[in-house]
Write a protein that binds this ligand. Structure first.
Ligand SMILES: [Zn+2]
Length: 492
């Protein structure tokens, strides 16, 4: 039976993703400053006046002006050099849009009224992924990013972007793949943006190479792990092939083209947006570029560019395969894990649950979790290196009273399991500000912590370990006890 929360106010705050999250507060503070900035800009006032007759979305889209003149000539030179370096002939140049960071920031002000009352409409905030709920139940200071936060963050964080723009085929009708565009902040282009333009053009070449299937693959990725693995390949390849404007012969080709000076004022916004991310999210965001490009550089050195081309056509399903190259060639698949439906039915025969949201977080996510909390690089490496598979699930009862996240992690063998137990215990201990306790009845099997927004239990089994988080200590105990006492396994 699901537990009744004892204090309705506390329950409200557990479920309120707005009131209690430091991240949201920070974000609002940044946005409040942005509002003042917006109000001071005469250009923003003009844009806002257009809202009487136009949709914000249409005004936003009017920002997209294809590069022409000298800018276009520079893009063409960079595109040719990129295709040559990457080894995929360019069939046609996609439309390239150049937007200044300052304009981007002004246009973002069109959406700022949404932030005036962030405690307003529920549907403006999306929640869902098990990891976000886990973070909340762990009392992590994090807001699950909804669409609006996402668009705000991307408006401030990105340098270049490759993707689809709706109706782009009407702007430039043609063959498949036209409508994929590159956006790079700030014309006239400073030399620094040669790297960004070439990076985005590699994405275009990748899409061309895969038969315009990149977006399908992003859409079809079923787990965080699979999505991360895909990002490592796609972003790693693009990062590896970034060109620099200060190296000849590109330098000579671009010599006659005027480059505008880059003003630093807008970098400030970038840093603030970046700092608004929680450390683990920031680490995961950039891992695709950093670790992804190292992994692919090694692969290229060992097996040539063809190996990366092949990887793009058949992306790995797991970051584990990229971190351990021998697993890439052996095509080892992650192990299947506990039957959650059976577990649920056994533990709570009378409770009606929503369809659980199930995710696999992967080796790299485990690594970034341990590292961002403990700061121990060796520990994070030794725990994650033995990752065999994992399964994170979010269960919610239909009456809305019970919320549980279970995370089962299986390690490759006994030694790795020991490292895993050690690492997760250290992580929970530090995460809980040293308030997590061993169970007095069974000090070696269970760690527990009753935090401000949820209760956490670390359950240690012979070949696996589970993290259980719930919106109440009794519920957490019930699930943890049920896992320990169950008589079946189905993950070996
Ligand atoms: Zn990229």
């Amino acid at each position: 039976m699901a537990e009744e929360p004892d204090d309705p106010d506390r329950r409200a705050s557990t479920y309120s993703y707005r009131d209690v999250r430091q991240f949201a507060d920070d974000m609002l503070e940044v946005l409040a400053r942005e509002r003042i900035w917006c109000d001071e800009q005469p250009e923003v006032a003009e844009l806002r006046a257009m809202l009487d007759e136009h949709e914000a979305e249409d005004i936003w889209r009017s920002l997209l002006i294809p590069a022409d003149g000298e800018d276009l000539r520079a893009v063409e030179i960079i595109a040719e050099a990129t295709a040559e370096a990457r080894g995929i002939p360019l069939q046609n140049l996609p439309p390239v849009y150049l937007i200044s960071r300052t304009s981007l920031r002004r246009y973002a002000c069109l959406y700022e009224e949404v932030w005036e009352d962030p405690t307003g409409e529920e549907e403006d905030w999306t929640v869902g992924r098990p990891a976000s709920r886990l973070a909340v139940l762990l009392g992590q200071e994090v807001e699950d990013y909804g669409d609006l936060e996402q668009s705000w963050l991307s408006a401030t964080l990105f340098w270049g972007w490759y993707g689809e723009i709706e109706d782009a085929h009407q702007l430039e009708p043609g063959e498949d793949g036209v409508g994929e565009v590159v956006i790079v902040s700030r014309p006239p282009m400073p030399a620094a943006f040669v790297g960004v333009i070439s990076h985005e053009l590699v994405h275009f070449l990748q899409d061309q190479w895969t038969g315009w299937r990149l977006h399908d693959w992003y859409r079809d990725a079923e787990t965080t792990d699979e999505l991360e693995a895909l990002r490592w390949v796609v972003e790693g390849d693009a990062t590896l092939n970034e060109l620099y404007g200060d190296t000849s012969p590109l330098l000579e080709l671009l010599a006659g083209i005027p480059w505008g000076p880059e003003s630093n004022s807008e970098y400030d916004l970038w840093y603030r947006a970046h700092e608004a991310l929680i450390p683990q999210d920031a680490a995961n965001l950039f891992a695709a570029y950093d670790q992804g490009s190292s992994v692919l550089a090694r692969l290229r050195a060992e097996s040539g560019q063809e190996a990366i081309d092949a990887l793009l056509l058949d992306p790995p399903e797991s970051t584990e395969q990229l971190i351990h190259p021998q697993k890439l060639t052996s095509d080892e698949q992650p192990i299947a894990l506990a039957d959650l439906e059976r577990l649920q039915a056994e533990l709570f025969p009378d409770t009606h649950w929503d369809e659980p949201i199930v995710d696999r977080m992967g080796e790299h996510w485990l690594h970034s979790l341990i590292l961002s909390t403990t700061r121990f690089t060796t520990l994070a490496r030794s725990v994650s290196a033995g990752w065999g598979s994992d399964q994170m699930a979010l269960w919610e009862s239909q009456d809305g009273l019970a919320e549980v996240v279970t995370w089962q992690i299986v390690f490759d063998h006994v030694g790795h399991h020991r490292e895993g137990v050690n690492g997760l215990r250290t992580w929970l201990y530090l995460h809980a500000d040293e308030e997590a306790l061993a169970d007095p009845d069974d000090p070696f099997s269970l760690y527990r912590w009753d935090g401000p927004t949820g209760a956490v239990r670390l359950v240690i089994e012979p070949h696996a370990l589970w993290l259980v988080a719930a919106n109440g200590p009794a519920l957490a105990d019930e699930v943890a006890g049920g896992i320990l006492n169950r008589t079946w396994t189905n993950y070996w």
